[in-house]
Every structure is written in structure tokens, then in C-alpha cells.
Design a protein around this ligand. Structure first.
Ligand code: ADP
Length: 391
């Protein structure tokens, strides 16, 4: 064969091969296009990357019940235990979905096991392809816990309200029955006034607490001089201090400023000062200081309220910040307490980016420290200019 012809045949063969490969590829692509994406036909490697970004707990289970992939949230929900499905009920569900091909939407409940809490998840379990199953889950236990706390609060509030309301009803009857006896009437009326004041205080504190537990707890946000907060709290406490002959001393403080709601902050300090007065003996001393402090490169203002009163046992010191918790119910009631004061202080501190701590020893006294982030700037950009307003 002449070399030119041989070369020509070779070139044509090569071209035919290339065309064949192109045609096969096109044909395959066309077939894929025509058949269209089947539901759930996404390949597991794609899914694997997707579940890392899922805001739900997510897990892919292979056709032999082996866990192919689980994201961090899924792990936190115990969807998987190593390479196995995390709990019996979920494994049964995965198998059922695989056998029936029917997706599942509903609750996934894991029974309590030794060393593990019961969990309630809401989830979706559906087939992906070739026996592979996808599990998506949301943890409902947290929202149920919030519900439980709310129910608990409502139950406590109802109970706490019933006491003064019941007392008021009884006192009203007693006044009617003793209408001829002026001394008795006066005595009952005084008690009636005390119970009414308690009821008003309780209702106000419940409203404050509800507000503080909302998503937007601060009533206003301005630059506040700490001295003004302390002055306000001391002015509000003067009467009760005088009644118990307690001297409230204001230690010399360094001027400092914080950002927040001045009335809420004054409420917080007032609660601490009132407690210091109530839980101290007659003629006791309460010292209030405010000073800037730096810790780990951050600037704070510490407002300290120290008393030499009855003190708080160590094991009670965390619980006193819970709503309605009192170390000594009788004493709290006698001093007009509601059990909500410190819970309010903690919420106010938190809403201002701060915290409240206690140091205390029984029979020695207590020091409560309200720590707030210090404001070192000039003025807030959106703060109204008081001086120009006055012009
Ligand atoms: P209350 O209205 O009963 O004072 P609080 O929430 O303010 O409620 O305080 C909870 C409990 O903490 C009080 O009942 C009291 O037992 C204890 N407590 C608070 N402050 C002091 C204090 N300065 N000294 C001793 N005990 C205190």
C-alpha cells in the first residue's frame, strides 16, 4: 500500500474513534437529561458535603444500616453511635422506611437508658437511593424544657399570688366582723395595707421579670453615671434603713459610667441594698461601693453591696438567684420579700452584659457584686443630647 494511502487510512480511523467517543458521551448525557433527575437521586458524596452545612441534625445510613455520615448536630443528638445508628427506635424506623420506600415525618423518641436522658426529636427519614436512607432531626427537648420552665413559673406565680389575695379576703371579712371594735379594725386595716402592698410589689416584680425575659429586655440604652444609680438606690432605701436603724454607708467611689437603662440598673442596686437591710440585724451596717476594675484586658464597673448580716450558707448561694427561692421563707415574708429580687438583679445584669456574684458566710455577712461593662467613650452616637434639648 502506498505510504500516502496508509497515512490517510490511519488518520481517518483516528478521526472515527474520536467521533465515536464524543458521540457516546453526548448520547449518555442526552439519556441522563431525558430521564431527568429522579427524586432522591442525589449521590451520597454530594449529600455528604450538604449535611455538613445543615442546620438540622443529619445522618446518612447505608443499605446495611451502617452510618455513612453524620454531622456535628446529629452527633450531639446521638443519631449515631460510632458507625451504628444511635438508638433502637431510630434503627427500626430507618429499616421500615427502606423496606416500604415511604418517607417518615414525625417524632423520634429515644427512651431513657442507663446513663442517657430520654430524647424527643422531630424528624424526617426518607430513602435517597439504593437502600441509602437520610435522617434529618430537630431537638425538641430544649423547647420542651423552656415550656416546662414557663409552666413552672405560671404555677409558682399563681401560688404566690394566692397567698396575699387570700389574706386580703380574710382581712376584709375580719374588719366587717369587728366593725364595733375600733382597735381591732385599725389592726386589721394595717395588715390589709401590708398585704395590699405585698400584692402590688409582687405584681410589679412579675411584670419586670417578664419584661426582662423577653428578647428585648432593655427599656432604654444611654450612658449612665454609676454614681447616679447608687444615689437613686440609696434614696429609695432610706425609709426601710431608718425603720431598722441600719446605717447605709456610701464608700467614696471613683466616677465611672456604663451603658444601659438607668431605672433598671437602679432597681437592681435597690434590690441588693434592700436585701442587705432586711437580712441584717438592727443597727447593722451596709456599705455600698462603686469602682472601675480591669480584668483580662476588659474594663468593668463593680458595684458592691456589703452587709454584716445573717449571711447565706454556701449550698444556698447559687439557688438564691432562682425565682421565688428563699433560704428562710418566714423571714423573707416578714420583711416583705417576694423571692424575685435577686432573680431580677441577675436578669438586669445579664441584659447589660454583666453578672452578679455573691460572697457570703453565715453569721458574718454577705457581699453582692454587680459587675457591668464600663463605658469609656464620650457619648453614644444615637444618644439624645440633653443640653440642646433644654435650650
Ligand atoms: P426576697 O424577696 O425573699 O428577699 P430575693 O430574691 O431578693 O428574695 O432573695 C432570695 C433569698 O436570698 C432571700 O429570701 C434570702 O434568703 C437570701 N438573701 C438575699 N440577700 C441576702 C443578704 N444580703 N443576706 C442574707 N440573705 C440574703
Amino acid at each position: 500500500m502506498p505510504p500516502v494511502l496508509a497515512g490517510l487510512i490511519g488518520a481517518v480511523t483516528m478521526l472515527a474513534l474520536v467521533l465515536l467517543v464524543v458521540a457516546v458521551r453526548r448520547g449518555l448525557a442526552l439519556r441522563r437529561q431525558l430521564s431527568g433527575p429522579r427524586p432522591g437521586s442525589v449521590t451520597p458524596p454530594d449529600l455528604g458535603a450538604a449535611i455538613d452545612f445543615s442546620a438540622s441534625g443529619a445522618m446518612i445510613v447505608g443499605s446495611h444500616d451502617e452510618v455513612l455520615k453524620v454531622n456535628e448536630l446529629g452527633q450531639a443528638m446521638s443519631l449515631a453511635r460510632g458507625s451504628r445508628v444511635g438508638f433502637k427506635e431510630l434503627l427500626e424506623l430507618v429499616r421500615r422506611v427502606r423496606n416500604s420506600g415511604e418517607p417518615f415525618v414525625g417524632r423520634l423518641q429515644r427512651e431513657r437508658e442507663p446513663g442517657r436522658e430520654a430524647t424527643e426529636l422531630s424528624g424526617r427519614v426518607f430513602p435517597v437511593s439504593d437502600g441509602i436512607i437520610m435522617v434529618l432531626a430537630e431537638d425538641e427537648s430544649a423547647s420542651r424544657r423552656v415550656d416546662a420552665v414557663r409552666r413552672d413559673f405560671v404555677a409558682n406565680v399563681s401560688h404566690e399570688l394566692k397567698t396575699p389575695i387570700g389574706a386580703i379576703a380574710i382581712l376584709a371579712e375580719a374588719i366587717e366582723a369587728a366593725s364595733d371594735d375600733q382597735t381591732e379594725v385599725t389592726r386589721f386595716v394595717e395588715r390589709l395595707q401590708r398585704e395590699t402592698a405585698r400584692l402590688a410589689e409582687l405584681v410589679n416584680q412579675i411584670i419586670d421579670l417578664s419584661r426582662l425575659q423577653s428578647s428585648d429586655p432593655l427599656l432604654s440604652r444611654t450612658v449612665v453615671e454609676v454614681d447616679e444609680i447608687v444615689d437613686e438606690a440609696l434614696a429609695r432605701s432610706r425609709e426601710s434603713a431608718a425603720k431598722r436603724s441600719v446605717s447605709v454607708i456610701r464608700a467614696k467611689s471613683v466616677p465611672s459610667r456604663v451603658v444601659g437603662d438607668r431605672w433598671q440598673l437602679a432597681d437592681a442596686v435597690t434590690n441588693l441594698v434592700q436585701n442587705a437591710i432586711s437580712y441584717s440585724g438592727e443597727k447593722a451596717r451596709v456599705v455600698v461601693t462603686a469602682a472601675p476594675v480591669s480584668e483580662d484586658g476588659e474594663d468593668f464597673v463593680d458595684i458592691k453591696v456589703a452587709d454584716n448580716g445573717i449571711g447565706i450558707p454556701l449550698e444556698e448561694q447559687e439557688r438564691i438567684f432562682e425565682r421565688f427561692y428563699r433560704v428562710d421563707y418566714g423571714r423573707s415574708r416578714d420583711s416583705g420579700g417576694t423571692g424575685l429580687g435577686l432573680s431580677i438583679v441577675r436578669h438586669i445584669a445579664g441584659a447589660h452584659g454583666g453578672e452578679v456574684k455573691v460572697w457570703s458566710r453565715p453569721h458574718q455577712g454577705s457581699t453582692f457584686t454587680l459587675r457591668l461593662p464600663a463605658f469609656l467613650g464620650e457619648a453614644l452616637p444615637d444618644e439624645p443630647d440633653d443640653e440642646s434639648e433644654g435650650d
